[in-house]
Ligand binder design. Structure first.
Ligand code: GUN
Length: 291
Protein backbone atom coordinates (compact mmCIF):
# COMPACT_ATOMS: atom_id res chain seq x y z
CA UNK A 1 0.00 0.00 0.00
CA UNK A 2 1.18 3.50 -0.86
CA UNK A 3 -0.14 6.44 1.09
CA UNK A 4 -1.32 9.39 -1.00
CA UNK A 5 0.03 12.26 1.03
CA UNK A 6 -2.30 15.17 0.27
CA UNK A 7 -0.73 17.30 2.95
CA UNK A 8 2.71 17.04 1.32
CA UNK A 9 1.43 17.68 -2.22
CA UNK A 10 -0.69 20.62 -1.02
CA UNK A 11 2.41 22.18 0.57
CA UNK A 12 4.28 21.75 -2.71
CA UNK A 13 1.47 23.39 -4.68
CA UNK A 14 1.34 26.25 -2.18
CA UNK A 15 5.10 26.72 -2.62
CA UNK A 16 4.62 26.84 -6.40
CA UNK A 17 1.88 29.47 -5.95
CA UNK A 18 4.06 31.45 -3.52
CA UNK A 19 6.83 31.60 -6.16
CA UNK A 20 4.36 32.96 -8.70
CA UNK A 21 3.07 35.59 -6.26
CA UNK A 22 6.66 36.61 -5.55
CA UNK A 23 7.24 37.11 -9.29
CA UNK A 24 4.05 39.20 -9.57
CA UNK A 25 5.18 41.45 -6.74
CA UNK A 26 8.63 41.83 -8.32
CA UNK A 27 6.87 43.03 -11.48
CA UNK A 28 5.05 45.64 -9.40
CA UNK A 29 1.69 43.84 -9.55
CA UNK A 30 -0.69 43.48 -6.62
CA UNK A 31 -0.98 39.98 -5.10
CA UNK A 32 -4.23 38.08 -5.78
CA UNK A 33 -7.07 38.82 -3.36
CA UNK A 34 -9.57 36.15 -2.23
CA UNK A 35 -12.71 36.96 -0.25
CA UNK A 36 -14.73 34.38 1.67
CA UNK A 37 -18.29 34.87 2.87
CA UNK A 38 -19.58 32.83 5.78
CA UNK A 39 -23.14 32.96 7.07
CA UNK A 40 -23.88 31.79 10.62
CA UNK A 41 -21.84 29.97 13.24
CA UNK A 42 -21.50 26.37 12.06
CA UNK A 43 -18.29 25.12 13.70
CA UNK A 44 -17.06 22.99 10.78
CA UNK A 45 -17.72 25.73 8.20
CA UNK A 46 -15.95 28.33 10.37
CA UNK A 47 -12.93 26.00 10.61
CA UNK A 48 -12.80 25.41 6.84
CA UNK A 49 -13.11 29.09 5.99
CA UNK A 50 -10.53 29.96 8.64
CA UNK A 51 -8.09 27.52 6.99
CA UNK A 52 -8.75 29.04 3.58
CA UNK A 53 -7.99 32.55 4.85
CA UNK A 54 -4.89 31.35 6.73
CA UNK A 55 -3.60 29.65 3.58
CA UNK A 56 -3.96 32.91 1.63
CA UNK A 57 -1.48 34.52 4.01
CA UNK A 58 0.94 31.58 3.59
CA UNK A 59 1.19 32.15 -0.17
CA UNK A 60 1.21 35.94 -0.04
CA UNK A 61 -2.39 36.54 -1.20
CA UNK A 62 -4.57 39.24 0.26
CA UNK A 63 -7.72 37.91 1.88
CA UNK A 64 -10.98 39.24 3.26
CA UNK A 65 -13.32 37.30 5.52
CA UNK A 66 -16.92 38.49 5.56
CA UNK A 67 -18.87 37.05 8.50
CA UNK A 68 -22.64 37.47 8.31
CA UNK A 69 -25.29 36.56 10.89
CA UNK A 70 -27.37 33.37 10.61
CA UNK A 71 -30.58 35.42 10.28
CA UNK A 72 -29.41 37.58 7.37
CA UNK A 73 -32.09 37.81 4.66
CA UNK A 74 -31.54 36.37 1.18
CA UNK A 75 -31.68 39.88 -0.30
CA UNK A 76 -29.05 41.19 2.09
CA UNK A 77 -26.73 38.31 1.17
CA UNK A 78 -27.35 38.93 -2.53
CA UNK A 79 -26.42 42.57 -1.93
CA UNK A 80 -23.10 41.48 -0.33
CA UNK A 81 -22.39 39.24 -3.33
CA UNK A 82 -23.13 42.10 -5.69
CA UNK A 83 -20.67 44.33 -3.84
CA UNK A 84 -17.96 41.66 -4.24
CA UNK A 85 -18.84 41.26 -7.93
CA UNK A 86 -18.27 44.98 -8.42
CA UNK A 87 -15.23 45.39 -6.18
CA UNK A 88 -12.22 45.60 -8.52
CA UNK A 89 -9.85 44.88 -5.65
CA UNK A 90 -11.28 41.33 -5.22
CA UNK A 91 -10.09 38.79 -7.81
CA UNK A 92 -12.19 35.87 -6.63
CA UNK A 93 -14.57 34.95 -3.83
CA UNK A 94 -16.53 32.09 -2.35
CA UNK A 95 -19.73 31.83 -0.36
CA UNK A 96 -19.24 28.92 2.03
CA UNK A 97 -21.96 26.25 1.82
CA UNK A 98 -24.27 25.09 3.27
CA UNK A 99 -26.29 28.26 3.77
CA UNK A 100 -29.14 28.57 6.30
CA UNK A 101 -32.38 26.94 5.12
CA UNK A 102 -34.21 30.22 4.47
CA UNK A 103 -31.67 31.15 1.76
CA UNK A 104 -31.88 29.66 -1.73
CA UNK A 105 -28.34 28.41 -2.47
CA UNK A 106 -29.01 28.22 -6.20
CA UNK A 107 -30.04 31.87 -6.28
CA UNK A 108 -26.83 32.86 -4.50
CA UNK A 109 -24.64 30.70 -6.79
CA UNK A 110 -26.31 32.24 -9.85
CA UNK A 111 -25.65 35.76 -8.55
CA UNK A 112 -21.84 35.29 -8.45
CA UNK A 113 -19.88 36.78 -11.36
CA UNK A 114 -18.58 33.63 -13.16
CA UNK A 115 -15.17 35.30 -13.64
CA UNK A 116 -14.80 35.58 -9.85
CA UNK A 117 -16.39 32.19 -9.07
CA UNK A 118 -13.24 30.45 -7.80
CA UNK A 119 -15.41 27.60 -6.43
CA UNK A 120 -16.48 26.79 -10.01
CA UNK A 121 -20.09 26.33 -8.85
CA UNK A 122 -21.79 28.78 -11.25
CA UNK A 123 -23.58 26.97 -14.12
CA UNK A 124 -21.41 28.86 -16.59
CA UNK A 125 -18.25 27.34 -15.11
CA UNK A 126 -19.83 23.96 -14.40
CA UNK A 127 -21.17 23.79 -17.97
CA UNK A 128 -17.80 24.74 -19.44
CA UNK A 129 -16.11 22.09 -17.29
CA UNK A 130 -18.61 19.47 -18.53
CA UNK A 131 -17.88 20.49 -22.13
CA UNK A 132 -14.12 20.27 -21.61
CA UNK A 133 -13.70 24.05 -21.98
CA UNK A 134 -11.34 26.14 -19.86
CA UNK A 135 -13.09 27.09 -16.60
CA UNK A 136 -12.77 27.16 -12.84
CA UNK A 137 -12.93 23.56 -11.63
CA UNK A 138 -14.45 22.97 -8.16
CA UNK A 139 -11.56 22.71 -5.70
CA UNK A 140 -12.17 19.23 -4.27
CA UNK A 141 -12.50 17.39 -7.62
CA UNK A 142 -9.61 19.52 -8.94
CA UNK A 143 -7.53 18.35 -5.96
CA UNK A 144 -8.39 14.69 -6.60
CA UNK A 145 -7.37 14.99 -10.27
CA UNK A 146 -4.11 16.60 -9.20
CA UNK A 147 -3.36 13.88 -6.63
CA UNK A 148 -3.98 11.09 -9.15
CA UNK A 149 -1.77 12.90 -11.64
CA UNK A 150 1.11 13.64 -9.27
CA UNK A 151 1.14 10.01 -8.07
CA UNK A 152 1.02 8.91 -11.74
CA UNK A 153 -1.98 6.69 -11.11
CA UNK A 154 -3.32 5.35 -14.39
CA UNK A 155 -6.98 6.25 -14.90
CA UNK A 156 -7.44 5.54 -18.63
CA UNK A 157 -9.70 2.54 -19.18
CA UNK A 158 -10.06 1.95 -15.44
CA UNK A 159 -13.41 1.52 -13.73
CA UNK A 160 -13.93 4.41 -11.33
CA UNK A 161 -16.79 4.18 -8.86
CA UNK A 162 -17.91 7.43 -7.24
CA UNK A 163 -20.03 7.17 -4.10
CA UNK A 164 -22.27 10.23 -3.84
CA UNK A 165 -23.71 12.60 -6.45
CA UNK A 166 -23.31 16.02 -4.82
CA UNK A 167 -22.82 19.11 -6.97
CA UNK A 168 -19.60 19.89 -5.10
CA UNK A 169 -17.81 16.54 -5.40
CA UNK A 170 -19.58 13.44 -6.77
CA UNK A 171 -21.04 14.88 -9.95
CA UNK A 172 -18.05 17.03 -11.03
CA UNK A 173 -15.45 14.31 -10.32
CA UNK A 174 -17.52 11.81 -12.32
CA UNK A 175 -17.55 14.21 -15.27
CA UNK A 176 -13.82 14.98 -15.06
CA UNK A 177 -12.74 11.38 -14.78
CA UNK A 178 -14.67 10.19 -17.79
CA UNK A 179 -13.60 13.20 -19.87
CA UNK A 180 -10.51 13.36 -22.02
CA UNK A 181 -7.56 14.98 -20.27
CA UNK A 182 -5.52 14.79 -17.09
CA UNK A 183 -6.57 11.82 -14.91
CA UNK A 184 -9.44 11.16 -17.34
CA UNK A 185 -10.60 8.51 -19.84
CA UNK A 186 -11.99 6.40 -17.02
CA UNK A 187 -15.25 4.43 -17.18
CA UNK A 188 -17.26 5.97 -14.38
CA UNK A 189 -20.16 4.66 -12.31
CA UNK A 190 -21.84 6.98 -9.82
CA UNK A 191 -23.65 5.21 -6.99
CA UNK A 192 -25.93 6.86 -4.46
CA UNK A 193 -28.66 6.29 -1.87
CA UNK A 194 -31.08 4.85 -4.46
CA UNK A 195 -28.60 2.50 -6.13
CA UNK A 196 -29.54 -1.18 -5.95
CA UNK A 197 -26.74 -3.64 -5.15
CA UNK A 198 -24.34 -0.80 -4.28
CA UNK A 199 -21.80 -3.28 -2.90
CA UNK A 200 -21.49 -5.05 -6.26
CA UNK A 201 -20.45 -1.79 -7.93
CA UNK A 202 -18.01 -0.90 -5.16
CA UNK A 203 -16.39 -4.33 -5.37
CA UNK A 204 -15.77 -3.86 -9.09
CA UNK A 205 -13.96 -0.51 -8.68
CA UNK A 206 -10.35 -0.08 -9.80
CA UNK A 207 -10.54 3.44 -8.38
CA UNK A 208 -13.00 4.19 -5.57
CA UNK A 209 -13.88 7.79 -4.72
CA UNK A 210 -16.10 8.11 -1.68
CA UNK A 211 -17.91 11.40 -1.01
CA UNK A 212 -20.74 10.14 1.14
CA UNK A 213 -20.18 11.57 4.62
CA UNK A 214 -20.81 8.31 6.50
CA UNK A 215 -17.82 7.45 8.73
CA UNK A 216 -16.17 4.06 8.10
CA UNK A 217 -18.80 3.11 5.48
CA UNK A 218 -16.31 1.33 3.19
CA UNK A 219 -14.95 -1.87 4.76
CA UNK A 220 -12.22 -4.25 3.68
CA UNK A 221 -14.58 -6.93 2.38
CA UNK A 222 -16.31 -4.39 0.09
CA UNK A 223 -13.25 -3.59 -2.08
CA UNK A 224 -11.13 -5.61 -4.45
CA UNK A 225 -7.40 -6.23 -4.11
CA UNK A 226 -5.25 -3.40 -5.49
CA UNK A 227 -8.01 -0.76 -5.44
CA UNK A 228 -7.04 2.94 -5.42
CA UNK A 229 -9.03 4.63 -2.64
CA UNK A 230 -9.76 8.36 -2.51
CA UNK A 231 -11.63 9.25 0.67
CA UNK A 232 -13.41 12.62 0.53
CA UNK A 233 -15.38 12.10 3.75
CA UNK A 234 -14.70 14.50 6.63
CA UNK A 235 -17.24 13.90 9.39
CA UNK A 236 -16.82 15.15 12.95
CA UNK A 237 -17.43 12.27 15.35
CA UNK A 238 -17.78 12.99 19.08
CA UNK A 239 -14.81 11.65 21.04
CA UNK A 240 -14.52 12.68 24.66
CA UNK A 241 -10.92 11.47 24.83
CA UNK A 242 -9.73 13.97 22.24
CA UNK A 243 -8.77 17.54 23.08
CA UNK A 244 -11.34 19.11 20.76
CA UNK A 245 -14.12 16.76 21.86
CA UNK A 246 -14.36 15.26 18.37
CA UNK A 247 -12.27 13.43 15.78
CA UNK A 248 -12.42 13.73 11.98
CA UNK A 249 -13.43 10.50 10.26
CA UNK A 250 -13.38 9.56 6.60
CA UNK A 251 -15.89 7.37 4.72
CA UNK A 252 -13.36 4.55 4.58
CA UNK A 253 -12.35 2.25 7.43
CA UNK A 254 -8.69 3.09 6.78
CA UNK A 255 -7.09 0.49 9.10
CA UNK A 256 -8.86 -2.45 7.47
CA UNK A 257 -8.90 -1.22 3.85
CA UNK A 258 -5.26 -0.06 3.69
CA UNK A 259 -3.86 -3.60 3.38
CA UNK A 260 -5.97 -4.32 0.31
CA UNK A 261 -5.46 -0.99 -1.45
CA UNK A 262 -2.61 -0.15 -3.84
CA UNK A 263 -2.99 3.56 -2.97
CA UNK A 264 -5.10 5.23 -0.31
CA UNK A 265 -5.67 8.76 1.02
CA UNK A 266 -5.71 9.24 4.80
CA UNK A 267 -8.25 11.39 6.67
CA UNK A 268 -7.15 13.91 7.74
CA UNK A 269 -4.19 14.75 5.48
CA UNK A 270 -5.51 13.47 2.16
CA UNK A 271 -8.06 15.30 0.02
CA UNK A 272 -8.79 18.07 2.59
CA UNK A 273 -5.53 20.02 2.24
CA UNK A 274 -5.73 19.66 -1.54
CA UNK A 275 -9.12 21.41 -1.62
CA UNK A 276 -7.54 24.51 -0.11
CA UNK A 277 -4.46 24.38 -2.37
CA UNK A 278 -6.66 24.17 -5.48
CA UNK A 279 -8.85 27.05 -4.30
CA UNK A 280 -5.65 29.12 -4.15
CA UNK A 281 -4.74 27.91 -7.64
CA UNK A 282 -8.16 29.05 -8.92
CA UNK A 283 -7.66 32.43 -7.25
CA UNK A 284 -4.34 32.83 -9.05
CA UNK A 285 -6.17 31.99 -12.29
CA UNK A 286 -8.93 34.50 -11.49
CA UNK A 287 -6.26 37.15 -11.23
CA UNK A 288 -5.21 36.66 -14.83
CA UNK A 289 -8.84 36.48 -16.02
CA UNK A 290 -9.83 39.72 -14.31
CA UNK A 291 -6.77 41.87 -14.97
N1 GUN B 1 -18.74 23.54 1.58
C1 GUN B 1 -18.06 22.38 1.53
N2 GUN B 1 -17.09 22.42 0.58
C2 GUN B 1 -17.17 23.66 0.02
C3 GUN B 1 -16.44 24.30 -1.00
O1 GUN B 1 -15.52 23.76 -1.63
N3 GUN B 1 -16.82 25.59 -1.27
C4 GUN B 1 -17.84 26.21 -0.62
N4 GUN B 1 -18.15 27.46 -0.98
N5 GUN B 1 -18.55 25.63 0.33
C5 GUN B 1 -18.22 24.36 0.66
Amino acid sequence: MKLIDGKKIALKIKDEIKDQVYKMIELGEKPPHLAAVIVGNDGASLTYVGSKVKSCKQVGFNSTLITLPENISENELLYEVDKLNKNNDIDGFIVQLPLPKHIDENKVTLSINPNKDVDGFHPSNFGKMALGMKSFIPATPFGIIELLDRYQIKTSGKHTVVIGRSSIVGRPISILMNSKGKSGDSTVTVVHSRTKNIKDYIKSADILISALGVPDFVKKEMVKDGVVVIDVGITRVIDENSEKGYVIKGDVDFESVKDKASYITPVPGGVGPMTIAMLLKNTLLSRSINS
